[in-house]
Write a protein that binds this ligand. Structure first.
Ligand code: ADP
Ligand code: 5GP
Length: 219
């Protein structure tokens, strides 16, 4: 496969099969949104699941693209109807992953990235042990603070809260299968891409994809 950024190779993972789930978590400001966006842009058949949130929309964010922005009342009604695979209060706002959205995408054969906080990860882990758990870390707390400041989306007080929370969140690294340090963006992206490709090349995945193909081709 050719892309504008250069030659990319094709693997068996482009054959139809069941979708895989990649759970990506990180302290706020580590670069998870930036990396996940770039990753879905370069890896075929990989989609980001759009979460629901009650947090106010930031400048430049689009409804149903970055998040689905809803009121607290609507969010709580969705909780009561059991519509979330996981949900959590993060920095004072509610965030949740819709089961319907997730199933819909996975049924279509897409691999999915869930960009969720560490509390959400624990909930998903109880339900989906097959998923791949990835933790993104900044090179240091100092750099994290600089990135949050540079992003200009939070007040100084909010940044302090996020940095304090980051120090606690980092301690949960043992819950993950992979750690990616986001120092150099290109290197971190390459590492994330490698994790996705490695998972797609696992025997069970390739086998089911090949079996599907051989059935349809009447070998
Ligand atoms: P998160 O989604 O984890 O909260 P963002 O993706 O919003 O973090 O990144 C936080 C800020 O850091 C953004 O301004 C982003 O452009 C910047 N950033 C992300 N990765 C890097 C990197 N490797 N080097 C320098 N700046 C980065
Ligand atoms: P932000 O408001 O900066 O976009 O995200 C704040 C935090 O909420 C991040 O750690 C992000 O991963 C997390 N988050 C985003 N969507 C979800 C979700 O659906 N569930 C959970 N548990 N956390 C989420």
């Amino acid at each position: 496969m050719e892309t504008r950024k250069g030659r990319r190779y094709k693997t068996h993972y482009e054959l139809p099969g069941e979708g895989e789930l990649f759970i990506v978590s990180a302290p706020s400001g580590a670069g998870k949104t930036t990396l996940c966006r770039k990753l879905t842009a370069i890896v075929p058949r990989l989609k980001h699941s759009v979460s629901y949130t009650t947090r106010p929309r930031r400048k430049g964010e689009k409804n149903n693209v970055d998040y689905t922005f809803i009121s607290e009342k609507k969010f709580k009604a969705m909780i009561n109807r059991g519509e979330f695979v996981e949900w959590a209060v993060v920095h004072g706002n509610l965030y949740g992953t819709s089961l319907k959205r997730l199933r819909g995408l996975m049924k279509k054969g897409y691999d999915i990235i869930l960009d969720i906080d560490v509390q959400g990860v624990l909930q998903v882990k109880r339900k989906m042990s097959e998923a791949v758990y990835i933790f993104i870390l900044p090179p240091s707390i100092h750099v994290l603070k600089k990135r949050l400041t540079f992003r200009m989306s939070d007040t100084a007080g909010e940044i302090e809260k996020r940095v304090k929370k980051a120090k606690e969140e980092i301690l949960s690294y043992r819950n993950y299968d992979f750690i990616v340090i986001n120092d150099d963006l290109r290197k971190a992206l390459k590492e994330l891409e490698s994790i996705v490709i490695a998972k797609r090349l696992k025997v069970n995945r390739v086998k089911s994809a090949l079996l599907n193909k051989s059935r349809t081709e009447k070998l």
